[in-house]
Design a protein around this ligand. Sequence first.
Ligand code: COA
Length: 330
Amino acid sequence: MPRFGAVLSGTGSFLPERRLTNGDLEKLVDTNNEWIIQRTGIHERRLAGPSESTATLALEAARRALDAARLPAEQIDLIIVATLTPEMPTPSTACMLHHLLGIQRPIGAFDMGAACSGFLYALATATQFIGSGSYRHVLVVGAETLSRVVDYTDRGTCILFGDGAGAAVVSACDNPQRGVRAFELGAKGDGGTLLSIPAGGSRVPASAVSVENRLHYLKMNGREVYKFAVHQMTMSLQRAMEACSLTSQSVRLVVPHQVNLRIINSATEKMGFPRDKVFINIDRYGNTSAASVPIALDEAIRQGRCGPGDWIIMVAFGAGLTWASATLHL
Ligand code: COA
């Protein structure tokens, strides 16, 4: 039994200004607005500008979360940044964020690599440090500039992804019955090739050949990922409900990874959730991977879709393959 509850004391999000509409994509690849909306629910996405990168998006989201928590950055005890598009292989984006936030204390800072499940993996990690009494405030961020790894000649992937960042300050609460009450982390490593960036690591280092073969871009088997996603999202949601003996009536809001509207609708309908209990913003931002859940969480809280005393479930899956859920009593 944890000694302390891990509660959300503040959330924030940041989306770059530049919009990429379905109409814009029609000019780049053989696709059309109706097809994209019908198959994915996406109308537009945001793209980072030339002076923006994963750390700068993370910084804005983190500042907003700290403001909401009314907490000076100096009081943060640990920084975790979930991302699959870090600033560079090393140092970590979390260390850069430590610097950009102007934090003088030598607190721990590290990146979390679990693709679209990354924010929930990071939240579960923060919950352990807080529950044990090791730390009082952990800054958990999900931030991506997927536009830097998306191939805008591949219509199977470029229609889906966008850039953005979301953050939460996770704080200790004397009542262990509040905050994160259950989580699930999962992985199926043999599905790794279904969604990957093949080059740029130790297996296929950058070379003229890797660039020529476009191996630094995200590759995806859309149909297989789709099947896996519907199944896994449904199962994760079911287990998240069972973990705290919840029903679709007692849960106020499901905050899913904004992966594809059809996948979200299929999984939540199977578990008996009406549409008004499922938070959706994929129409405006597309799939922002590790940033997707914290952006949705922040918007849900700011719009009053959930608040103190409510049960919410966050659920995600992604490359790895990975999946994760978190059940919170706000
Ligand atoms: N625009 C227009 N037509 C397209 C298209 C596009 N962007 N992409 C594919 N098509 C065509 C295909 O060529 C195919 O045509 P055909 O029937 O003549 O062969 C048809 O549309 C259906 O293709 P399919 O690949 O079966 O489409 P789909 O319904 O599976 O939708 C995805 C494609 C990518 C939207 C869908 O598979 C998906 O969302 N998968 C999950 C991906 C995901 O979530 N990844 C991130 C995980 S975190």
